[in-house]
Design a protein around this ligand. Sequence first.
Ligand SMILES: [Zn+2]
Ligand SMILES: [Zn+2]
Length: 158
Amino acid sequence: MSEATRSGGCQCGAVRFRIRGELGRPSICHCRMCQKQFGNFFSALVTAPEDGVEWTRGEPTYFQSSVNIDRGFCKNCGTPLTYRHPGGLEIAIGAFDERDDLAPQIQVNHAYRLPWVETIFEKPVYQDPDFYSRQEQIISFQHPDHDTDVWPAEGLKI
Ligand SMILES: [Zn+2]
Ligand SMILES: [Zn+2]
């Protein structure tokens, strides 16, 4: 993993982070709590270095999901952001501005996976050829994949 500074945040931009130091092993977890936190088939997380995480705008809100574990999210837009357990802090891979080098290296709680999860990428692919040109025409309220001095941008209501 790179030792360069990494940044990221939630969809609305109310919570932004910066991480200094080496990231740990990226993983996915199939447990039911991770499914619920992410509203998805599994979680995708990478371990953050001890004391390397700085919240540069806002902070997550935490739900304590069990005695020793809490899970952070943006209370404004709902983006899952953290999973904190006695062994450390993990950050949601999808929240990073740069994610291409964060391929999961291990599956956790594999026995609890959804019975069809291994087949999802065998399904037919539909790609709207005009998707990105139409995206440019809509007014997006999503925070961009880089730090911003002011957000929401002037005149943008979120
Ligand atoms: Zn947010
Ligand atoms: Zn889990």
